[in-house]
Design a protein around this ligand. Sequence first.
Ligand code: PLP
Length: 405
Amino acid sequence: MTTINRNYQKLPGSYLFSTIGRKVRAYESAHPEKRVIRLGIGDVTQPLAPKILETLHKAVEEMGDAETFKGYAPDLGYEFLRNAIAENDYAARGCGISANEIFVSDGAKCDCGNIQEIFGPENVIAVCDPVYPVYVDSNVMAGRTGSFDPASQMFEKVVYMPCTKENGFLPELPETVPDLIYLCFPNNPTGAAIKKEGLQKWVDYANEHGSVILYDSAYEAYISEEGVPHSIYECEGAETCAIEFRSFSKTAGFTGLRLGYTVVPEALTVEGVRVWELWARRHGTKYNGAPYIVQRAGEAVYSGEGRRQIRTQIAWYMENARIIADGLSAAGYEVYGGVNAPYIWLRTPGMMTSWEFFDELLETANVVGTPGSGFGPHGEHYFRLTAFGRREDTVEAIARIRKLH
Ligand code: PLP
């Protein structure tokens, strides 16, 4: 008899953003006259930069000519892109990562979700709380849960590391050593960034205890402060304990094009096995590679012109972040993030729960944000707004929120 993967039934209710979507659709159909502003889901709004567009057109033309046509891409990605990444994202920052250690993909979500497959089912994972939901959900789907404690609503094999205003939204080293440690800096949802000395402590801890750090650096391009590492490989010894995920989504507006990459250093071994071999095997077996034209567009991100245009886009989003943070602070809200990340993490007023504040904002200000509790228990009483909206929407949303309390 056919059975299903019962682990899927252990997943919490429904995915955060589908619940938000349902509520917003219900409100809009009941109030068609209202203009709802969305500062919830972290999708970009600016079109692709001219240099990217020009490169895409050129690559499309190449595909229509027998001389330059490209079929299946190399398993790990085209050399031209992997070399550009190695040079610009790593060598330029003094990190010894080679092109061979870079696996090109269609984005960080897939890689963050799939990476757990190459590790044993018995591993205990640690995640920040609040956290980007993909890390926990993908491990639950794979059955890496242990028993479920209804009182705390937590799984035995998932260690939640509280990130609160008291610890500056930076997790503390866990007393019980986890096997796989998910870290994301600059952080979604809190917008917090970690300094190099702070990250070095995690690298030393992982090397000392034989843990592997899964480092999500999807928002690296938004770092504005000195002393904040852009890559975990800026820390000494990270090549023997860390895998890094990067994305072109927020860096260059590729959420619709799809491109990302994962770094698996050759020096990273677990149980005497090179983890690189396992990820290469998985990539070659289960993944088709990002399209040629998209990889060419990715290469253009590193060109002089591409770089300048993308920097302008990021600065534009970060001006939105400033408008949100300053506007809410001036109105008496407790506001975090928005300096090295496009996310503003605010405390809900008067101890309202995150969902109560969500409902009030939707119904009274017609603004959509993301309830902090959807990211984990320590996200309760917090709320996330993103800087990815249109400028006029961002300005108006803040004006509307300021009228509330
Ligand atoms: N990692 C984090 C922390 C994210 O917030 C996101 C997207 O919102 C991703 C990864 C996904 O990136 P991609 O679009 O490359 O799949």
